[in-house]
Design a protein. Structure first.
Length: 203
């Protein structure tokens, strides 16, 4: 049985307000007005205010799974086109519409609810091995967006820590964790895990 989930997203042509949601446990949950976060223990809050997934990566999965995957299927608030979400740098900043400014914060880690939603028991393993996780973003400046708004990358950090590399370090390639310390825009918990791993690893 599928538990109550906020993964199910549907496209809209209406303008949508986006703002920083605050603390995961006590804040608004999602940064997107009208969105709901049900598992506040693992999802939501300022570091996971908005979830973006590339249409190109959805098309990859559509071919792999031989099924139609409309915008929003993976629970993304933004289905992008023409943006390398997997290759986005941690701390990269995106301007959308006249006001909204987002910052790439951390990759999405798949969970059992996602697997149940996809109705694929092996989905967590499959999704993890592909390393096409999509990106969570935090809200630096609130604003209103709507379908078709252009995304402009306004800042790229000088390090080389991408969403893909961070995802691999956080999942199947833990030896990469110390490299994440070069990306201070990662959530503090992720940086703490990287510091702890580095302290246990001989130089």
């Amino acid at each position: 049985m599928l538990r109550k989930t906020g993964i199910d997203k549907r496209p809209t042509d209406a303008p949508v307000q986006v703002r920083a949601p605050g603390d995961r446990a006590t804040g608004l949950g999602s940064g997107v007005t009208g969105d709901e976060i049900f598992d506040r223990r693992h999802h939501g809050g300022d570091d996971q205010a908005v979830y973006a997934y590339a249409r190109e990566d959805l098309d990859h999965w559509s071919a792999e799974l031989s099924r139609d995957l409309p915008h929003g299927t993976f629970g993304e608030n933004l289905t992008t086109r023409g943006i390398d979400v997997t290759g986005a740098l941690i701390g990269e900043r995106w301007r959308i519409g006249p006001d909204l400014l987002l910052e790439v914060s951390v990759p999405r880690i798949p969970c059992a609810t996602f697997a149940r939603w996809m109705d694929l028991p092996s989905w967590v393993k499959t999704f993890t091995q592909a390393a096409l996780p999509g990106a969570y973003l935090r809200v630096l400046t609130p604003g209103t967006i709507r379908a078709g708004d252009e995304i402009t990358i306004t800042h790229r950090p000088t390090h080389d820590i991408t969403i893909a590399l961070a995802f691999r370090a956080m999942t199947l390639e833990r030896a990469l964790l110390p490299r994440l310390l070069d990306a201070p825009a990662l959530p503090e918990k992720t940086l703490a895990d990287a510091r702890a791993y580095a302290s246990r690893t001989p130089a």
